[in-house]
Design a protein. Structure first.
Length: 299
């Protein structure tokens, strides 16, 4: 039996692609949930071509806890394609993966959750199939966020890797986080999804983009794996020495982790130059948790 994802499907009167939009893969990422609910209301009143499937909260058990993960502690974004007879997260991963395989286009909306903040970005895998890669690039450009990041296509366990294997053009988006709720993120996500529908002929709407994006395509092994960048050397109290969006040089101090009495100060320094794309903003940190992700300066 497949886990019953709560979703809404909106069918157009004319043919067109099947667009899947998901949020709440992690239970502490709230702007995507609100944006998708708003899209449901907006799209019911519009004449669309094709079909849109909207899932505001993929990971309901994690959402009920207010945590990134459900009771089994598995990260849904590392568990795909999952198992129908597995733990709760594996079952949800199986249901999500089945849904992704039905789509022609896929958008997965995220934030940094309770512990991280992320500069607004759209990301995709550097797929070896040019058709899929160019489709993902087209979605990313239409979405309209200020940073576009193409990364290693070999990473597994993700919604993006399911789309990769199914050859579905796909992107994920990130917008802030840090335990807050930003209405600007909801607006940006709604506008971005409408833009994509317009770009692919699903809606007769003008594209609304604010800025020319910074585009970085980084095919180094492991690029895009945010949780392993600049790991904390120990558990403790993390104090950042940089701000989100700041440009840093190689070996520049990113922050320190201290013990309870403040007698031990472990430094974390930048492994390479670039822009602070993701920053750990929750002071309590565990060993090996990422303190920062740097978008590299690539020639």
């Amino acid at each position: 039996m497949t886990y019953p994802l709560q979703l809404e499907e909106i069918h157009g009167q004319q043919p067109g692609p099947h667009l899947l939009i998901t949020g709440g893969v992690h239970g502490d990422e709230f702007e995507p949930m609100a944006a998708i609910r708003r899209l449901m209301v907006l799209l019911r009143e519009k004449q669309i071509r094709g079909r849109v499937t909207l899932v505001p909260v993929v990971n309901e058990p994690a959402y009920r806890l207010g945590h990134r993960t459900a009771e089994d502690g598995l990260d849904l974004a590392r568990t795909c394609p999952g198992r129908a007879d597995g733990s709760i997260t594996e079952q949800i991963a199986d249901a999500l993966s089945r849904l992704i395989r039905t789509a022609d286009l896929y958008i997965d909306l995220h934030t940094g959750g309770n512990h991280l903040r992320v500069l607004p970005l759209v990301g995709y895998m550097l797929h070896p199939d040019e058709r899929v890669l160019n489709g993902s690039r087209k979605i990313a450009r239409a979405f309209g966020l200020p940073i576009i990041w193409g990364t290693d296509s070999s990473l597994n366990g993700r919604s993006m890797s399911v789309a990769r294997d199914a050859k579905v053009p796909a992107v994920y988006a990130e917008y802030q986080g840090g335990g807050s709720f930003d209405p600007a993120g909801v607006d940006a996500y709604v506008r971005g999804c409408i833009n994509v529908m317009a770009e692919f002929g699903m809606l007769d709407e003008p594209l609304r983009k604010n800025v020319e994006p910074l585009i970085v395509e980084d095919n180094r092994p492991g690029s895009g794996h945010m949780q392993v960048n600049h790991p904390a050397p120990c558990e403790g109290f993390f104090q950042s020495a940089v701000t989100l969006g700041q440009r840093v040089e190689k070996d520049e101090l990113l922050g320190t982790v201290t013990d309870v009495l403040g007698r031990s100060n472990e430094e974390i320094r930048a492994a390479y130059a670039g822009i602070v794309l993701v920053l750990h903003t929750y002071p309590r940190i565990e060993k090996d948790e990422s303190v920062a992700v740097i978008l590299p300066n690539l020639k």
